[in-house]
Ligand binder design. Structure first.
Ligand code: PMP
Length: 297
């Protein structure tokens, strides 16, 4: 359950109880998926609960609004302060934070004239997923870059993600892996892909994927650890010949991948680059090391 009778959310300028907040049934967001959102995490650190990379997430939220022509006037600082307030009002330390920009009633297909911001959060402890994922290459491809702005985190894009994830699960796998419209590797329904080959990491280039904040964090960690990373147009064949692989995202953190379709990666996860990055990532989000990554960001 995401909320109870006492949960407080930020809704249109005020802190209100989640159970008392409602939305207009004629909202353009509800009917057409025309809205944008973010997924952020907070972690317990020696300095108390800290939101991980709030500026990067809120810059992306503002950019998503701009791409979709959704009027939105909050600044990154205002958004960050409100989010800390939501955490405090609910007494949350380790939480998942969901900002959502909702458009007003509009049954036409014209751009919205205003928007409403909601920031909800729920307790969500980080778990170090030791269970490795078994992926299925999805029959669904990621949206074509000329059918939408793929770098906007738009609500409607998640119809594609939900279809892909559900199809993979219904076929007995843990998660989907989506290709782009040209058949190159793209990403998971809610995470970016990295794989290891001969001591370095490879990841699909930007263009047909969501530019993940964790993806950049992984690259920053690689710089610190002297691990090479290459971005490019990568194929399923490249992936199937890899030594190991992982997904990364705010929710997924760093999740090791066991197999893709019937191909099992040969390298033991505990000896993979992904495992080293997973350990570094968990230290970083708890502000235990690599603090320079946070200060330069
Ligand atoms: N791709 C998709 C489609 C996603 O939904 C997410 C989660 N936001 C990611 C990648 C990873 O992005 P981030 O690291 O910013 O959470």
């Amino acid at each position: 359950m995401y909320y109870n009778n006492n949960t407080i959310i930020y809704y249109d300028g005020k802190m209100v109880k989640a159970v008392e907040a409602g939305t207009d049934l004629y909202s353009q967001t509800l009917h057409y998926g025309y809205g944008v959102f973010e997924g952020i995490r907070s972690y317990q650190t020696a300095n108390g609960p800290r939101i991980f990379k709030p500026a990067e997430h809120y810059e992306r939220l503002i950019r998503s609004c701009q791409l979709l022509n959704i009027p939105f006037s909050y600044t990154v600082d205002e958004l960050t302060n409100i989010t800390y307030d939501v955490l405090q009002q609910n007494n949350f330390t380790e939480a998942y934070i969901r900002p959502l920009v909702i458009c007003p009633p509009n049954m036409s297909l014209h751009k919205p004239q205003s928007s409403t911001l909601v920031i909800a959060a729920w307790q969500w402890g980080s778990y170090l997923g030791e269970k490795l994922l078994r992926l299925k290459i999805s029959p669904f491809c990621r949206p074509h870059p000329r059918s939408t702005f793929v770098e906007a985190k738009a609500c409607g894009h998640y119809v594609n993600s939900t279809l892909a994830c559900s199809e993979a699960k219904a076929s007995g796998y843990d998660e989907a892996l989506l290709l782009d419209h040209e058949g190159f590797l793209a990403e998971g329904p809610g995470a970016n892909l990295f794989f290891e080959k001969d001591g370095k990491l490879l990841t699909p280039q930007r263009g047909n994927i969501l530019a993940g904040i964790t993806r950049i964090t992984v690259m920053d960690i690689c710089k610190e650890l002297n691990i090479g990373v290459e971005e490019g147009k990568l194929t399923t064949d490249d992936l199937l010949k890899a030594d190991s692989a992982f997904y990364c995202g705010t929710g997924a953190e760093i999740s090791g991948i066991q197999s893709v379709d019937e191909t099992v990666f040969p390298k033991n996860w505990n000896e993979s680059l992904g495992k080293r990055i997973q350990e570094s990532y968990m230290k970083l989000v708890r502000e235990e090391s690599f603090k320079n990554i946070l200060s330069v960001a």
